[in-house]
Design a protein around this ligand. Structure first.
Ligand SMILES: [Zn+2]
Length: 108
C-alpha cells in the first residue's frame, strides 16, 4: 500500500496498443478491498482497471494478455481457466526475463 494515498504517476495515463486497438488502463485505489479483484479487462467498455498498490506490473501484463486473447478471439478454442493460467504464467515469465515498463501515449 502506498503511504501517501496518491497514485504513482508512472501508473497514470497508460494506454495499451493491442494490434491497433487502444485500451486505456485506469488505476483504481483500493480496488482489491472493494471488488476482490486486483485487475480487470472490460472488453465492452474497452478498458483495463487495476489496483495500483498490489503488483501493478504483473496485473497490467495479465490484463494485457486477456485483452490480446479477446482481440484474437482465443475464447474460440481456449477455456476461461486455461486463459487465466496462461495470462498469469506468461506475465510472470516476461517479468523474470525482460525489463518491462508500460509505455504511455502522449496526447498531442
Ligand atoms: Zn485474469
Amino acid at each position: 500500500m502506498s503511504v501517501s494515498g496518491k497514485i504513482d504517476k508512472r501508473l497514470k495515463g497508460i494506454v495499451f496498443n493491442i494490434y491497433g486497438q487502444k485500451i486505456p488502463c485506469r488505476p483504481v485505489k483500493n480496488m482489491a478491498q472493494t471488488t476482490g479483484d486486483i485487475g480487470r479487462f472490460y472488453y465492452v467498455e474497452n478498458e483495463i482497471v487495476f489496483d495500483p498498490d498490489i503488483e501493478p506490473l504483473h496485473t497490467l501484463l495479465h490484463e494485457f494478455i486477456h485483452a490480446m486473447a479477446h482481440r484474437l478471439s482465443w475464447n474460440q478454442f481456449l477455456e476461461k481457466q486455461a486463459e487465466e493460467m496462461l495470462a498469469d504464467t506468461i506475465a510472470l515469465a516476461l517479468m523474470e526475463n525482460f525489463e518491462i515498463k508500460p509505455r504511455k501515449v502522449r496526447k498531442s
